[in-house]
Design a protein around this ligand. Sequence first.
Ligand SMILES: [Zn+2]
Length: 457
Amino acid sequence: MINLSKMEAHHKRHQSAPDVARCPRCGTWSARNEIRSRWYWLPDLLRETIAEMLVGCYLCPTCPPGERWFALLPGEYDTPAQYAVSAQRLVVQMVQRYKMSMEAAAQFGREVLHLAMLDATTVLDWLREAGSLVDVQGRRRAAAAAFSGQMAVDEVYDGPWYQLKATDPLNDVELAWHVGEGAPTKDDIRRFFKELKAAGFSPTLVVTDGSDLYPEVIKEVWPEAEHQRCVFHFIKQINQDLGEAFWKLYETMPKPPKRLRGRPKKRGRPREDKGKRENRMTVRAARFLVLMRERRPDERRNRFGDAERTALNQAIALCPPLGVLRRFVVQLHELFGPTTDSHELAEKRRRAILDDEQFKGTPSLSKAVERLRNNDLFARLTRYLDFQNAEKTSNHVERENREFRKRQKGHYRFRSRCSLCALLDLLAARHPIPLEPVRLARKTSGTSAEEEVRRAA
Ligand SMILES: [Zn+2]
């Protein structure tokens, strides 16, 4: 350890050394034996600050020899480290709550909190310590009691490891994680699910991506549970097909002839070529818009507004087959959007897509249409319609994992299993378990009867 007493900094002096103090073991009043000095870095926004703590040391008259000695350290200084407890807590929060990497947190400690010597290795030690203090079992019990009934599961790969994670998307709570080497097998998933089951979780609805690791194991561990395939992942997959379709349709546009070497001969031709080139550029620029969902009135984050609509219409006017592609996109989003509120309506809208003559007549769309034709898959994609408040994507757990991955990038030091686990515990404990949790609610038969009446009318 560095001798802080000689360090150039602002020095403060505190004393915690009354003449007598109670023994922490037996409570007997004990006389002070001596006063010792200990030095700590204090977090301070203005300057480097070191506190000298004058600590009273006592000898208990009744405890057996060898156990008599005790010191009177206030909580802020009750640490073997050379940093006050508040300094450690602030820096750990920078990682846990404000998502800094360890390096950034150490830098923040040095530059803002004026903890001059702080380095990333020390921050890692603190994170490990904080992670080991998380009451994992107690938290899991509380999460089981507050469980909504819907579980989101996802796997993420990082270097030599994979990580499984389960969350309660309706209550924004992380339920469990598992780290293993290589890639998860069905056995790994089974063990993970059984552990969750043993902890008291019996989900009504489990949402996962399209990986074939899950359906069989869900059925086995929780035979009562329904399986929701993540709609977001499905649409992402379809968008890839549609991206290919876009380029095929784009290639049907008239091309400007390849320019010959040398000086252009006639005056009229180049202008016409230029027009074709510009048209193609306009259409190319709109390629993302073709696949984008239009903004709903209540949405702010979606970029598709009036300007985008104009640009898209312009592109469709220049390359009319794109209109068919666009109509497919709109119908697809309608099918999985908020206005589809029953299985009947979902099926009607799916049929409209499958039976559409224009879609059938557009070969580049066939791959995307085929995906919708799979009955088992479609049933899994629309399980959420059985419920009033189910989450139809696994984005919740994805988001948690993405954040984890982002941390991993700057965190090569976490690549030891023990530090990784400490970080995962720390991250898992980030969101509080709600006191009034949301519960997954099945649609009552009354609602669907009402719907039937409404639809018949
Ligand atoms: Zn004692």
